[in-house]
Write a protein that binds this ligand. Structure first.
Ligand SMILES: [Zn+2]
Length: 294
């Protein structure tokens, strides 16, 4: 039984957070990357007032007319959420979620290596512990690792304590595999509550979403996946794929070939978003031979 057959799960869908677009000039170059600040949620959960809310015009006991609104506390600093890079550059980022997979991920790595393309893999903690050698190969070949939580549950329905545990256990699994933790986090389904930003900050995580959803989780068809990827990709695109589907594996070579022919340069998320480079892994030894997978 393949992984996707044994592990049905809802795909990463576009988040439903109400977001306020801002432009950010991150450190280390890459200015122009598009980041968003999370202001409030439409999830139906308790809504916290934000600093951007209009002050009420009705009189408030004890308040003076014209009193300036209170300054936001440091903790109210908007969370940066990256969805794309600079639209003025032909750089794009290919990302793979929900792995690592024991056979599909290594074959994708072969395809990336043949075309000298760098990508970013958002991994699940409960997969990493079974495929540490795959993570070491990913990093040894110059790609990046991101945290995609431990069990792929919907964060907005979880307490922050449980989310903290999901993130911590995945960071630990990644550290055990490659020697360091990641700064990149992609919430399952791209969804989370604004109040969870404190957990992300605790682990110094940047939240990375996407601008192109190849719909590979739904289409399961090589040609259809290819068409979505090619038609929707523009300068600065962050492309979402999943390295657990056979159809994705079949579509990747043509996606790479076509976008390279159009002049795009594939870079890692850190490069695309102007984030400091990930620390090089202490993974100098070649990865062990792949174990036999069922
Ligand atoms: Zn996912």
């Amino acid at each position: 039984m393949t992984l996707q057959e044994s592990r049905p799960r809802r795909p990463c869908r576009s988040n439903r957070l109400w977001i306020r677009l801002i432009l950010r000039s991150p450190p280390g170059g890459g200015g122009g990357a598009v980041a968003e600040s999370v202001a409030q949620s439409q999830s139906g959960l308790a809504r916290k007032p934000s600093a951007s809310d209009k002050a009420p015009t009705a009189s408030i006991p004890g308040a003076e007319v014209g009193e300036p609104p209170p300054k936001p506390q440091e903790s109210e600093t908007p969370l940066q959420v990256f969805r794309a890079g600079s639209p003025s550059s032909k750089q794009i980022a290919l990302t793979f979620d929900d792995g690592p997979h024991g056979t599909i991920t290594p074959r994708i790595l072969d395809m990336l290596r043949e075309r000298q393309v760098k990508a970013t893999f958002f991994v699940l903690g409960d997969r990493v512990k079974h495929y540490e050698w795959v993570l070491r190969q990913i990093v040894a070949e110059g790609h990046e690792i991101g945290n995609h939580a431990y069990s792929h549950r919907i964060l907005k329905f979880m307490s922050n304590d449980l989310i903290d545990r999901e993130i911590a256990e995945t960071q630990s699994a990644i550290r055990n595999a490659i020697g360091y933790e990641t700064r990149l986090f992609r919430p399952p389904y791209g969804d989370f509550r604004p109040d969870t930003r404190a957990v992300f900050r605790k682990y110094n995580l940047e939240v990375i979403l996407w601008s192109v959803d190849t719909l590979d989780w739904k289409l399961r068809n090589r040609d259809k996946i290819f068409n979505v990827a090619i038609n929707d990709t523009h300068n600065g695109s962050i492309i979402l794929c999943h390295d657990i589907h056979r159809a994705t594996l079949e579509a990747v070579p043509d996606i790479l070939g076509s976008l390279i022919a159009k002049g795009y340069e594939f870079v890692t998320i850190s490069q695309l978003c102007g984030l400091p480079p990930m620390r090089l892994a202490s993974v100098s030894a070649p990865p062990p031979p792949p174990p036999q997978t069922p």
